[in-house]
Structure formats: C-alpha cells, structure tokens
Design a protein around this ligand. Sequence first.
Ligand SMILES: CC(C)(COP(=O)(O)OP(=O)(O)OC[C@H]1O[C@@H](n2cnc3c(N)ncnc32)[C@H](O)[C@@H]1OP(=O)(O)O)[C@@H](O)C(=O)NCCC(=O)NCCS
Length: 235
Amino acid sequence: MMGMRKMIALGRRIRRRLFSKTEQDPAPKPALSAANLDELRAALRAGNSEKYGGNPLISIGDFTYGLPEISLLPSDDTPRVTIGKFCSIAPGVVFLGNCEHHTDWHSTFPFNVFLTEHAGISGHPFGKGDIVVGNDVWIARDARILSGVTIGDGAVIAAGALVTKDVPPYTIAGGVPAKPIKARFSHAITEKLLEMAWWSWPDERIFEAVPLLQSNDFNALHDYYTKKIKDSLRQ
Ligand SMILES: CC(C)(COP(=O)(O)OP(=O)(O)OC[C@H]1O[C@@H](n2cnc3c(N)ncnc32)[C@H](O)[C@@H]1OP(=O)(O)O)[C@@H](O)C(=O)NCCC(=O)NCCS
C-alpha cells in the first residue's frame, strides 16, 4: 500500500508532467510512468481528492485525469457532477454546474445574493440538472459543459465546444453550441464496445489488453473480450 504522502507527491508529479506549459518549454518531457494500474489509480485519485475532496456533489471515476474547473455554487438544489472512469480532460475545461441566472425574470441581477434583506428570494442561481460524463470520454481543450447534460461513454468533445445538449456514446461533438460532428465507429461496433465496457474489466485484464485498446483492430479486441472476459464470466 502506498502512503498518503507518497500518493499526493506522485499525483503532483503526474499533474506537472501532463500539464506542463509545453508552448513555453519545447524540450520533450519524459513519458509519465507508473509501474502498474494500481499505482496510477492511487496517484490520480490523490490528485482528484486534493482538488475536489470532500465535495459530495462531485464524483470522479478511477483513472480520470485533468482536474477541470467545476463551478457548483451554493443554491437550493445544487446539481451533481459525475465523471466516469478513464476520461481525459484537457486544460481549460469548465463544468458550469449551476451558474444560471433567470432569463425569464425581469432582472438577471442577483439582488438576493448581495442584499441580506432579500436573501429569502430563492431560485438564483440555478442549474438545469446533473452533469453526467460516461467512461473513456475525451474532453478537449477549453470545452465548456453546461448543466443538465449527459455525455455518453467513448464520446469526444472537440476543442472549444460549448456542450448544451446530450452527446451520444462514441460520438464526436464540437462547435458552439456543440453538435455531433461524426460517429467514431459504425453502429454495430459502437454497440459491441458498449457491451464490452472495457473500463469495468479487472485491472489485470485492462493492463494486458492495453495494446488492443490503443489500436483500431476491433476484431482483435473483441476476440480478447470473448476469450478472457465473456467466457470467464460464464464459468
Ligand atoms: C475534433 C477533433 C478531435 C478532430 O477529430 P477528427 O475526427 O480528426 O475530425 P476532422 O479533423 O476530420 O474534422 C471533422 C470536421 O470537424 C470539424 N472540426 C474539427 N475540430 C473541430 C472543433 N474543435 N470544433 C468544431 N469543429 C471541428 C472540422 O472542421 C471538420 O469539419 P467538416 O467536416 O465540415 O470539414 C480535433 O479537431 C480537436 O478538437 N482536437 C482537440 C485537441 C485538444 O484540445 N487536445 C488537448 C490535449 S488532451
């Protein structure tokens, strides 16, 4: 077991490596290296809990990295932000949890926030619902996600996107407001990837399958799944 201090130090090292300002420092960085998934999980968990620890409204799955800005203001019913496992979140990504002003009220000015005498006015700020991000989602640089949105497993959010509506699994969405740009795979392959749900395999299987996960040989990945995951579940 890794001690808490060591985990936090490793988490900081990982953050520095992943988010170093490469535009100011063109020298290539050594690849981030953890010996195994256990060590990587511990380090990334430590980084996440250092940033969001203690906020019961934020849940971040194992191996997800990136430490986005998550705006959750105290309000009557603050939404939750749930992010799945193995997500890659680029610098500049913002989750706007409940930062809405009422456009249907006569004034959008937050009198109730600034004036104690009017603190009893409820409904400002508000959110449109929870934000849910699936597993193995890549959210690219400077994307912003509004409240009430669900992003499916395997989706990609393009750089600079403003996501106002749900994004289906394995879909690339981009633009302001974000629209589907294309499906990453055929419908049949998407269905099978969702059935395989590799992110929920035992660690040792994921570790073994890394060369298949970082490839586009779908048949090889599916064969692996059939032999090592599906059949073993049947036994
Ligand atoms: C979306 C993205 C992943 C490219 O995906 P792709 O499958 O290679 O897409 P293509 O380059 O073939 O572009 C497909 C279409 O999407 C458009 N497009 C590409 N990136 C876009 C973006 N960020 N926003 C809006 N539209 C975009 C292209 O102009 C093209 O439009 P067209 O079909 O009208 O010609 C990439 O452009 C991107 O946004 N990368 C993010 C990089 C980043 O932020 N990295 C952070 C480090 S983790």
